[in-house]
Design a protein around this ligand. Structure first.
Ligand code: ADP
Ligand code: F6P
Length: 324
């Protein structure tokens, strides 16, 4: 049943992701178009607890759709895991007249939204993370920009790797998930893609493969490591010692989190931001927006957090076939 929502707020939480600004803009403009007031909470749950709350209007979100990062700032706020702190957060929302909240972030941020919903604030989560590691959705805001940034960087490493006839290990982000590594591994034509989800730690097999490929005349050997695999610099040292082939590790790091969002990230973020506001206007709470088969969907947060996501077996198999 629709409720009498008057004022909503939006915050970004956890690691920033390109496209978060497009989502903020969509939340603000959709809400205003539908007669609501909108506030922005700066620096995630930390800013909520410090009452860093600002009014947002249509002009506040001008000229941001093309910008990386988040104009609201973000933070990791560990104390928000405590029930008494969560209640305090809900009380602060009430004090500022906030009836509904849109939280843009990853799984951790959803748990904060769930806690606020438990304490009486209608809350909707949007998937904002470069890691693509949210089970209820096939798409997360920021992933497309991050993989394109990483792909272009790996192409550059490959040029120098070939010139020097080296083995290159390139470590990409993803926390415990291997989606960025899988996508880059396939699109950069890597010889090896190491994913935390299925790595068997058989380094000897990799070493033998490098030696065999060198005998066949391959000038480079590209290994894309997901960061969850472990220490890429130490791995490079071990491989160089075992193969006698110069080996370098490049850790792409936070470059993957920045930059102007791609068309796809801006588009999906715009639709998801609008959808979050529609759900609040319908009186919904404790839901997350996702995408399935190209369509927007929404799930109960608890249900969403219980879902599991695995690396698509066929995609991984193809990556192995193409890496000869
Ligand atoms: P992400 O949202 O990208 O998964 P984090 O896991 O770091 O990133 O979570 C972001 C923030 O969400 C945390 O710093 C904290 O403020 C909040 N959060 C995480 N886990 C919980 C939890 N169990 N309960 C309440 N809030 C949480
Ligand atoms: O969740 C996004 C992410 O960039 C992960 O890929 C990475 O493990 C983590 O955040 C890094 O966090 P921080 O910026 O706090 O070092």
């Amino acid at each position: 049943m629709a409720n009498q929502m008057k004022t909503i707020a939006v915050l970004t939480s956890g690691g920033d992701a390109p496209g978060m600004n497009a989502a903020i803009r969509a939340v603000v403009r959709t809400a205003i178009a539908k007669g609501l007031n909108v506030k922005g909470i700066e620096r995630g749950y930390a800013g909520l607890l410090n009452e860093e709350i600002i009014d947002l209007d249509t002009r506040s979100v001008s000229d941001i759709i093309q910008r990386g990062g988040t104009i609201l700032g973000t933070a990791r706020c560990l104390e928000f895991k405590q029930p008494d702190v969560q209640k305090m957060g809900a009380d602060i929302c009430r004090k500022h007249g906030i009836d509904g909240l849109v939280v843009i972030g990853g799984d951790g941020s959803y748990r904060g939204a769930q806690a606020l919903a438990r304490n009486g604030i209608n809350a909707i989560g949007l998937p904002g993370t470069i890691d693509l590691d949210i089970a209820c959705t096939e798409y997360t805001i920021g992933f497309d920009t991050a993989v394109n940034t990483a792909m272009e960087a790996i192409d550059k490493v490959r040029d120098t790797s070939t010139s020097h006839e080296r083995c290159s290990i390139i470590e990409v982000m993803g926390r415990n998930a291997g989606y960025i590594a899988l996508w880059c591994g396939i699109t950069n034509g890597a010889e090896e893609i190491l994913l935390p989800e299925n790595y068997d730690h058989n380094e000897q097999a990799i070493i033998e493969n490098i030696i065999q490929k060198r005998r066949m005349g391959k000038k480079h050997y590209i290994i894309v490591n997901a960061e969850g695999i472990g220490d890429s610099v130490a791995m490079a040292k071990r491989i160089e010692e075992a193969t006698g082939i110069e080996t370098r590790a490049t850790i792409l790091g936070h470059i993957q989190r920045g930059g102007s969002p791609t068309c796809r990230d801006r588009y999906v973020a715009s639709l998801m931001g609008a959808k979050a506001v529609d759900l609040l206007i319908e009186g919904k709470s404790k839901r997350v927006v996702g995408m399935q088969h190209g369509e927007l969907v929404d799930f109960d947060i608890e249900e969403a957090l219980a879902m599991e996501k695995t690396i698509p077996a066929y995609d991984y198999e193809v990556s192995r076939l193409l890496s000869k």
